[in-house]
Write a protein that binds this ligand. Sequence first.
Ligand SMILES: [Zn+2]
Length: 142
Amino acid sequence: VTTPLKHPPAPEAVVVDPWTAPYWEATRRRELTVCRCGDCGEPRLPPGPFCPRCQSQAVRWERLPGTGSLYTYTVIRRGALPAHAASVPYAPAVIALDGVAGVRIISAVVDCDDTALAVGMPVRVVWHELADGNLTPFFTPA
Ligand SMILES: [Zn+2]
């Protein structure tokens, strides 16, 4: 049986700190970004005060193309909480992002049927607006 996937349950707001603020500001422009070490270029995900490779505190932010590939996924068909019943089925997924080798983010695939999912399939970002005005990235088949 083919079933359209829904948007997963999402928070009303996100916690923003000085290290993640540039990411959330970019989402308001519908831009997917990644934080890199300002000295050695190592991706810093999640962003934090020290580079995991060289311990530098310098950072720079790069805009990503917003495309990637489906690294792995599952389909949730029964809500963990009664409040989630209206959100199933949804597909939490790990997305390998184009433009930053080796970096994957946890998200969800939306706006397609469950039978369309396949590991390795190309995807592109779609934005889900939260109540606080920030946006969170979901992905759909490219
Ligand atoms: Zn570094």
